[in-house]
Structure formats: C-alpha cells, structure tokens
Design a protein around this ligand. Structure first.
Ligand code: AOF
Ligand code: ZN
Length: 348
C-alpha cells in the first residue's frame, strides 16, 4: 500500500465503528493528515449524529491545525442540509488544502455536488482510492440508491442433511452461543428483519437484538391473510413491526398493517420498503419466504448456518442450487457458509 492507501484504509477502518448504528446513513470515516501524521480522526457514530468530517475536525487539538491539511474521507462530503449542516462547507471554512475521497455519494441530495463545492472553493479534490473496499463496506447504502430497493440478505440455519425445522414446522435449535451472537450482530447490520407468518405462528420469536450492541431492525412479517395471533411477541412488546397483508389496513401504534394488494409479489414488498426508506432487510425465514425471495432473484447475499447433526426428516431448506463457500467455523458444531452469487448458475 502506498501512503494514500494507508490513510484511506484508516478512514475505512474507522467507518466500520459505526456498524449497526448509522442506517439509513452510510458508514463514513475521516482522517486529517499534516506533515505525514494523523492529526485528527472521526467517524459517523449513529444516525442523526455528527458526520465523520465534523467529528474529525472537532478532534483536532487546536482548530487552526486544519489549515493546509489533507483530509481523507471514505465518502464524498455532503453538500446538503440534512440532520446536520453540509460537511463541504465545514471543510472550506476550515481551510483544508486537499480532500481525498474513496466513494462518490449516490444520494441524489449530494451526488457530485459536494465535490463541485469543494473545487469551486479552490480545494484540490481526488476520488477513487480503495474504491472497491468502500463499495463493499457501504454495499447496502449503494444498492438502495442505485437499484432503488433495499439490500436483501437471506439467512437460515439447517442440519447437515438440509432440514430447517421439524416436519410439523416446530423449531429445532441449530445455534451455539457464539452463532447466536453472530446472528444478532447480523440483525444490527440490517434496518429491517423479515419473516413469514408461519415463523411467527410456530416460533413466536422476538426478532430483536439482545446479544450484540447496536440497533434493533424493524420487524416485517409477511401475513397476507391476517393469520398471526394478536398475542405474538412482535405485536406485544411495543417496538415497531410492519405486518404486510393483501387487503384491509389497520394501524395501531408501533404495529402497522400495510396492504399491498392481491398479487403480493416480492417486488411490491421491496417497493414499499424502499418508499419507507429502508436500506436493507435480513430475511430469516421460513422455507416458503426464503424460497420466494430466491425465486424473485432480488437477493444480494445468502448465508447458511449449518449444524453438524443429521435430522433425517423435517422441512427442507430452500432448494436452489447455490455454490456454497465455507466462511467460518463457529465452535465445534457450527459452520457458516455464504453462497457465491457471482456464478452464472446462480441468481444474478
Ligand atoms: C458525509 N459524512 O459522515 C455521512 C454522510 O441527515 P444527515 O444530515 O445525517 O445526512 C445524511 C446523508 O448524508 C446520507 O444519506 C448521505 O448522503 C450523507 N452521509 N455524508 O459527508 C458522513 N454519514
Ligand atoms: Zn456530511
């Protein structure tokens, strides 16, 4: 790595410290350099709070130090007044010499305007360093703005012989404590968590985050025919749940019933989520729901947690021919696999 890449890598590493707390905003990190040394650092820590550039400028021992400095930031500085004032204005006021950017901001409120503003003020601007790494870190944010739909991750747990529950749909425990913590981490990293009505009826899950620090995703239940009982935990704990139905809309507090019509297509569900500003959804089951998403091809990431036991019978995992790649061994009895969706025989 050359020096520029090292500073940008640091900005990207800092950006990840906001993981699980910034959605629907992107992960952004910022490093301020003078005389080949880091003199300030910051990252976007939580939605609604200061942007990375503000945190970095505020971290300087003395505000004058920004004059003539080089600012490495993992996303194009914003040019709009949102929850916070424009970062481009702050950098101009701080008299920095140059701004080095990893990725452009696809948000139509910014999209190139941040760079224009900096250049118009006589600041040197370059863009594209470690661009692929930045695109990977903010894949949810970029997918949301470029494809105009949430980023979709599928995740299920199965026995080694490919069953995800008992024959009658009753749950089986495939997790060990570390695997459970990983599932909760994954939940913090998505803005929504989606299941079908059967999962609510059979498991009565809470679908919230308890074993990892970070935000709870919004619960989304596909319940076309209003089958889930009012006593379900997701309707009783006072936190947000959307129940997607075919017809009949009712609202009561944290729970919202949202009707999307008879067709009930995955496309319609994602359109609704897009309009509500959800940048990512973790689909946790059950079999029918996972299958419907795989069939729709509107899937960006697929994970399987496999337990090294044989069930012999039960409800089978989704049958799509996915190319699995082993990612991590979790304890003695769990392996996490990710599907390689870049292969032609698969989804894309
Ligand atoms: C930056 N630095 O650290 C972040 C940026 O509502 P706001 O004010 O928080 O603005 C959110 C938008 O600002 C977000 O959609 C994205 O375009 C940009 N995020 N920009 O310069 C940051 N988090
Ligand atoms: Zn900003």
């Amino acid at each position: 790595m050359n020096k520029e890449e090292i500073w940008m890598q640091r900005a990207l590493d800092l950006s990840l410290l906001g993981s699980g707390r910034v959605a629907p905003n992107p992960l952004v990190g910022c490093v301020i350099i003078k005389n080949d040394q880091i003199i300030g650092e910051g990252w976007h820590q939580a939605y609604g709070q200061a942007h990375a550039e503000v945190m970095a400028i505020n971290s300087l021992a003395n505000p004058e130090e920004s004059i003539g400095s080089s600012v490495y930031v993992s996303l194009e500085p914003c040019s709009h007044v949102g929850k916070t004032p424009p970062c481009a204005d702050l950098l101009i006021k701080s008299k920095v010499k140059e701004v080095i950017i990893c990725n452009l901001d696809p948000n139509p409120l910014v999209a190139g305007k941040g760079i224009e503003k900096l250049k118009a003020a006589g600041i040197q601007v370059s863009q594209g360093i470690l661009e692929n790494k930045g695109a990977e870190i903010n894949r949810q944010f970029f997918t949301f703005h470029t494809k105009k739909r949430p980023y979709i991750t599928l995740k299920w747990a199965a026995s080694q012989d490919g069953f995800i529950s008992q024959e009658d749909g009753k749950p089986v425990t495939f997790s060990n404590p570390t695997s459970q913590a990983l599932v909760h981490q994954m939940r913090t990293q998505h803005q929504g968590i989606l299941v079908g009505a059967n999962t609510i009826i059979q498991d009565n899950p809470r679908l919230n985050v308890r074993l990892w620090p970070g935000n709870n995703p919004i619960r989304i239940v596909l319940d076309p025919h209003h089958r889930i009982p009012k006593s379900s935990q997701v309707l009783q704990d006072g936190q947000t749940t959307w129940i997607i139905t075919k017809n009949g809309v009712a609202e009561n507090g944290a729970c919202q019933w949202l009707a999307i019509g008879e067709n009930f297509r995955i496309e319609d569900i994602l359109q609704l989520a897009y309009e509500k500003g959800l940048i990512s959804i973790l689909v946790e089951g059950g079999a029918k729901t996972l299958e419907a998403f795989l069939q729709s091809k509107l899937v960006d990431e697929v994970w399987k947690q496999e337990k090294s036991t044989l069930l012999g019978k039960g409800i089978a995992e989704p049958k799509h021919s996915l190319n699995w790649k082993k990612e991590v061994q979790v304890g003695e009895d769990n392996v996490w696999y990710q599907a390689d969706l870049s292969q032609p025989k698969n989804l894309q």
